[in-house]
Design a protein around this ligand. Structure first.
Ligand code: GDP
Ligand code: FO1
Length: 300
C-alpha cells in the first residue's frame, strides 16, 4: 500500500495501519519541503515522524521528536548564547547527526533514510519525495520566511500572503518514488496538510500525471471548517481554497477518486465520491479503526 505523507495526520494513520497489514507492505512517500539545516545538521521533520512512528519511538503528545527525550545539548547551546531555531532533543539530534554525516559523505537523502530505517528496525519503505533541496517559504507582511521559522519562532501568527516552494521547479522525484508509484493501482493520500505537506509532492514533475492514471483515495484533514490541528486552514485560505473538505477535494481535483470525510462533516462533493467515517485519531484504537476502513476501501 502506498501513502503520501506529511508529519502529523498521516503518521497517526500509519500508527494504526502497521497493526492492520504487514509493515513491510507499506510504502510512504514523504514530504521533504519542511526540512531545515539546524546547528550543522539536516533535520527532516516529516521523515523523522514517519520513522519514529514505525519504530514505536514517536512522542505522541507532540507528534514530533522522540518520547522521553532530553534537551541537554539544546539547553547548553542556549547557555552559550546560541539559540537553535528548532528545539532538538538529544536522541533526535543523533538521527540528524548520522543522516548529515551520510549526506556529507555522498549518500542521497533516500540512501541515508534507508540506513536510518534499518538502524531503527523499520520494515516499511520510507521514501523522501526527492533528493533535491526544496524549502517551503511563507510570504507574510513581515517578509518571506522558512516554514519552520513561521511555525516555531513566529508561532504561525503572521498573516499569510502566499506560499512558495523554493527549489521545487528544479527538483526531481526520486527513481524509487517513480518506480513505486507505477507499481500499484491505488494510491492513498493521508490526512495531511494539502498545501505544505502534500502540495510539494504533487508539485514534483511527473507525479500528477501518474496519479491521474491511478485510483486515488484521500482522507480529509479538515472537519467542518477547521483542520484537526496545525496551520492548514490559514494556508488553504491564503491560497484561495475554501477551508473545508470541499476545499481539500479542490486541491486534489486533477486526480481524486474518493475522499474520506469525517462523519461529523456534512459536506457533499459534486466531482468525487465521498465516504464517511470517524477520522479523528486521538488513540491507537481510533488509528487502527480508520486504517481498517481504508484497507477495506482499497480491496487490499
Ligand atoms: P505536518 O507536516 O505536521 O503539517 O503534518 P501533516 O500535514 O501530516 O498533518 C497535518 C494535518 O493533519 C492537519 O491539517 C490536521 O488537520 C490533520 N490531522 C491531524 N490529526 C488528525 C486526525 O486525527 N484526523 C484527521 N482527519 N486529520 C488530522
Ligand atoms: N515544533 C515546534 O513547535 N517547536 C519546536 O521547537 C520543534 C522542534 C522540532 C524538532 C525536530 C522535528 O523533527 C520537529 C520539530 N518541531 C517543532 C515540529 C515541526 O516544526 C513541525 O510541526 C513540522 O515540520 C510540521 O510538519
Amino acid at each position: 500500500m502506498i501513502i503520501l505523507s506529511g508529519g502529523t495526520g498521516t503518521p497517526k494513520l500509519l500508527r494504526g495501519l502497521k497493526n492492520v497489514i504487514p509493515e513491510e507492505d507499506i510504502t510512504v512517500i514523504v514530504n521533504t519541503a519542511e526540512d531545515q539545516w539546524v546547528s550543522g545538521n539536516l533535520v527532516c521533520p516529516d521523515i523523522d515522524v514517519v520513522l519514529y512512528t514505525f519504530a514505536g519511538l514517536i512522542d505522541e503528545r507532540k507528534w514530533w521528536g522522540i518520547r522521553d527525550d532530553t534537551f541537554y545539548t539544546h539547553e547548553a547551546l542556549k547557555k552559550l548564547g546560541y539559540h537553535e531555531s528548532m528545539k532538538l532533543g538529544d536522541k533526535d539530534r543523533a538521527t540528524h547527526v548520522f543522516r548529515s554525516k551520510l549526506i556529507r559523505s555522498g549518500y542521497t537523502l533516500t540512501e541515508a533514510t534507508k540506513r536510518l530505517r534499518s538502524s531503527l528496525g523499520v520494515e516499511a519503505k520510507v521514501l523522501p519525495m526527492t533528493n533535491d533541496p526544496v524549502a517551503t517559504m511563507i510570504c507574510t507582511p513581515e517578509g518571506k520566511m522558512h516554514f519552520q521559522d513561521f511555525w516555531i519562532a513566529h508561532k504561525g501568527e503572521p498573516d499569510v500572503l502566499d506560499v512558495r516552494f523554493d527549489g521545487l521547479d528544479a527538483a526531481k522525484p526520486t527513481p524509487e518514488v517513480m518506480s513505486v508509484l507505477s507499481s500499484e493501482d491505488t494510491i492513498i493520500i493521508g490526512p495531511s496538510n494539502p498545501i505544505t505537506s502534500i502540495g510539494p509532492i504533487l508539485g514534483l514533475k511527473g507525479i500528477v500525471p501518474i496519479l491521474q492514471k491511478k485510483h486515488v483515495i484521500a482522507i480529509s484533514p479538515i472537519i467542518g471548517n477547521k483542520p484537526v490541528s496545525g496551520p492548514a486552514g490559514k494556508l488553504m485560505k491564503a491560497i484561495g481554497y475554501e477551508v473545508s473538505s470541499a476545499g481539500v477535494a479542490q486541491c486534489y481535483a486533477d486526480f481524486l477518486d474518493v475522499l474520506v470525510v469525517d462523519q461529523r462533516d456534512d459536506c457533499a462533493l459534486p466531482d468525487a465520491r465521498v465516504v464517511k467515517t470517524d477520522t479523528i485519531m486521538t488513540s491507537l484504537a481510533e488509528s487502527k479503526s480508520l486504517a481498517r476502513f481504508i484497507v477495506e476501501l482499497t480491496n487490499y
